[in-house]
Design a protein around this ligand. Sequence first.
Ligand code: CO8
Length: 300
Amino acid sequence: MAAAAATASRAWRLLRGSGAFHGRAAIQRLWDPPAQRRLFSNNKILVELDENTGVAVMKMKSPPVNSQTLEFLTEFSISLEKLENDRAYRGLILTSATPKIFSAGLDITEMCGKSEEHYAEFWRAVQEMWLKLYMSRLVTIAAINGSSPAGGCLMAVSCDYRIMAENPKYGIGLNETRLGIVAPFWFKDTMINTIGHRATEQALQMGLLYPAPQALSIGIVDQLVPEEKVQDVAAAAMTQWLAIPDHARLITKSAMRKPTVDRLLTHREADIQNFVSFISRDSIQKSLQVYLEMLKGKKG
Ligand code: CO8
């Protein structure tokens, strides 16, 4: 009995892992063992796994604002790699465990008053996060349940599909110029690939953070839904994406995205050097300090 169940379960996993099995809902009910829900977690990232659907939900959990420190980025990349290597999983929903905030972007304190070695290590981790997410073999859906400036926006636009809470208080965009810094070419390219050249030019020069309704009209996000429905709608969208055969979807994704990724891979070390020399400038350090003080002063 146990052996038969194990064989059925293995067969199901093989079919599911091949990505060539569709229209499976009815059969899934007959074959599947009871829902297998597991999770793994580190300090900043929690991943909930559903073996039956092949979907993982990754929750950023670094309060107060999910700012992306070196530790956060490292844990993010490790968690994503773990999922990439597990053929039982075909889809990833990226969201936040912190109410009202998706991610505040790169942690500014990582770019202030540190050594050049630290800046280089930090930037490599930012690159790694993007490379892994942008070219993930998984269907990636961002369930944007709060504000998502700068590096938070980069994460969202690196996914295949975006669903955002319709709250106009939540903003999303690449606002780097507002901090006196410049979004690197691969942030820019990812945005161009999402909303087009003209809209990106304006968005980036002005450092615009779009409230959710405008984000939808400009195309940064694909769908707005009431806050309490974000996760359910993301799961429903995932079902539609997973109905497409993986091999065909992946070849298409690669054709669309590889040229953008190759540009960074070809210039990766130069990009790190550029970041280090730019961020180490006194004038840039001053701008970032002023911005941080402004953030802290908001409360007073
Ligand atoms: N990094 C570090 N600390 C931050 C960050 C951040 N990105 N964002 C917020 N914090 C801190 C605040 O200073 C505050 O600290 P404290 O409690 O000690 O005063 C705490 O987090 C809570 O912040 P708020 O009180 O502002 O929280 P709110 O819920 O009111 O607002 C927001 C949340 C909307 C996310 C708001 O905090 C905000 O706008 N943050 C700034 C977001 C931002 O501008 N990020 C840009 C980062 S740069 C980036 O991602 C790409 C850089 C590319 C580099 C290119 C260089 C060449």
